[in-house]
Design a protein around this ligand. Structure first.
Ligand SMILES: [Zn+2]
Length: 303
């Protein structure tokens, strides 16, 4: 789409929206039985990986609009806003899982699996920092400054894609093998205020991962329970319900009541799993701290 011109050089993302009226946005078959999409006056377009991408929206009740935008890799993309009815499948619920989002590791699952921080993006991040330093020394808006800017954009895009890919894989796995899943609500605002943690947190992008887990759960008819991040999931013994005082730096501790040695994050994930178990048995979601503590205590006395 070379004929598109935008006035603002500074606007981060070049994009425009076309509303659907009189079927000016529609999907249709071609003679060779491929699907194409009509985007208003721009005409018909073939879509890479059309079977998967257009298949998702082909049976939508209505296409509301399309947004066409240029991403940081300089390619043009479109995203459709559609209305559709998703029939949630009725699934038998058996498997529970608690997920603790950590700083040291991206996530700890209550089955003991540790999801590593995104080391995959580290090499890109280092390269990115180098380029940004280089650009900072150049004359602003000079040709070379723009050139480096382009490379920076490309790297940003690569990091974004790598991360997204990883989040999709992880969330797919979680939803495939579990039916009731407990997560903590997260307030990234609070974490972001801590300068030291900010970069790491941004990198880990818990929020995006959560979004993926939630919508995949919706589609698959699985249950997500969110409990307040202020519940003492790290500070409560998952074996006996005893509450302890813990500094952020303490990674491992021994329960003074039942002598169980806990890994901090795994213990938190186990407590979250207890909440999922509680739902499975009683079909009630835990909403208060008292209920949460009772639930941990009850699980401890039951064993
Ligand atoms: Zn204990």
């Amino acid at each position: 789409m070379r004929f598109l011109k935008f006035k603002s050089k500074k606007k981060a993302r070049k994009s425009f929206r076309i509303a659907n009226s009189n079927e000016n946005i529609r999907i249709q078959n071609t003679i060779s039985d491929r699907w194409q999409i009509k985007l208003g006056k721009l005409g018909f377009f073939s879509v890479y990986n059309w079977r998967e991408r257009l298949g998702l929206v082909r049976n939508a009740k209505k296409i509301n609009s399309v947004t066409i935008y240029q991403d940081s890799d300089s390619n043009w993309y479109f995203s459709l806003n559609v209305e559709s009815e998703i029939q949630t499948p009725d699934v038998e619920m058996n498997e529970t899982l608690g997920i603790d989002f950590g700083l040291k590791d991206l996530a700890i699952l209550s089955d003991g699996q540790i999801v590593d921080s995104l080391q995959t993006t580290k090499k890109y991040a280092d390269k990115l920092a180098r380029l940004q330093r280089k650009q900072a020394k150049m004359v602003k808006f000079s040709n070379n400054w723009y050139k480096i800017g382009k490379r920076i954009n490309k790297l940003h895009f690569k990091i974004k894609q790598t991360r997204k890919d990883f989040h999709h894989k992880l969330s797919r796995y979680i939803i495939k093998y579990h039916d009731v899943i407990t997560l903590e609500t997260l307030s990234s605002k609070n974490v972001m205020q801590n300068a030291k943690l900010a970069k790491k947190t941004a990198d880990q992008a818990w929020y995006k991962l959560k979004v993926f887990i939630k919508y995949k759960a919706d589609w698959a008819g699985k249950k997500i329970i969110e409990v307040s991040q202020w519940f003492p999931s790290s500070k409560t013994c998952s074996c006996c319900g005893q509450q302890v005082k813990l500094d952020l730096s303490i990674r491992e501790w021994k329960c003074p009541t039942c002598s169980t040695v806990h890994n901090r994050d795994l213990n938190a994930a186990t407590n979250l799993k207890l909440v999922a178990e509680y739902f499975l048995q009683n079909r009630v979601e835990i909403t208060t701290k008292e209920q949460f503590l009772n639930c941990c205590f009850a699980a401890g006395t039951a064993v």
